[in-house]
Write a protein that binds this ligand. Structure first.
Ligand code: DC
Length: 217
């Protein structure tokens, strides 16, 4: 029998490069439920705004630009797929160009409402990662987790994923933490974990133990 009820949502929040999307994918696979990365919708909005040359600081212009495109986020057990106007852009939006602008787009309440609306339409069960999934979008989720790690640890992980040097990545992460600070609102009932000293397997096992009710909080 599955450890997750048919209508359950598991939220995994945390700062940039905290490993939450990898953990979310692994937890979802172990539970045989789809996973959703909410950051992909913010990345989609940003990619559209950048391509159109829209002023990222003007929420009305951003929303008008978004309205001209079809954005689909399709949950999947092997990871979710993001499409803009029918084209798979899941990997393309993981770029430094999008990273540099995404916080300016994500800060607008109008954009957050646009993302929240799309996420709430998704059929449960699923595992979802983001910044405010447990606090704002799915406050009634049964299992809520908040993953932390220092900027240096997160930079070292990211350098493994993309070609860049450690110091500049750590600096970019610190800048993004600062810009994302308003969105980084852990739910009061989320279980926190400092992933710094842990391996990916250990983090995944820690989350699964709590979802399955085997661990002590
Ligand atoms: O998780 P990520 O790095 O793909 O997210 C990209 C950006 O989107 C991040 O800088 C902040 C924003 N974001 C957000 O504000 N709220 C979320 N729930 C998810 C992402």
């Amino acid at each position: 029998m599955s450890a997750v009820g048919f209508d359950e949502v598991i939220t995994l929040d945390g700062p940039a490069a905290s490993g939450k999307s990898t953990v979310a994918r692994r937890v979802a696979a172990a539970l045989a439920v789809p996973c959703v990365s909410s950051g992909l919708l913010y990345r989609a909005a940003t990619a559209i705004v950048v391509a159109a040359g829209t002023d990222a600081d003007d929420p009305a212009a951003v929303l008008a630009t978004l309205g001209r495109h079809r954005v689909e986020l399709v949950p999947g057990v092997a990871g979710d797929v993001l499409r803009i106007d029918g084209r798979d852009v899941t990997r393309a939006v993981q770029s430094d160009e999008v990273d540099a602008v995404v916080s300016r787009v994500a800060v607008h309440p109008e954009v957050r409402a646009w993302v929240g609306e799309r996420l709430r339409e998704m059929p449960a069960p699923f595992v979802i990662d983001g910044r405010d999934m447990g606090s704002v979008v799915f406050p009634r989720a049964r299992h809520k987790f908040y993953l932390e790690a220092s900027p240096e640890v997160r930079a070292a992980r990211r350098v493994g994923e993309r070609a860049a040097d450690l110091a500049s990545v750590a600096e970019a992460i610190r800048r993004r933490d600062h810009l994302d600070a308003r969105q980084l609102a852990p739910a009061p009932d989320a279980q926190h974990l400092d992933t710094g000293p842990l391996t990916l397997d250990e983090v995944v096992d820690w989350v699964l133990a709590r979802v399955r009710g085997a661990g002590t909080p």
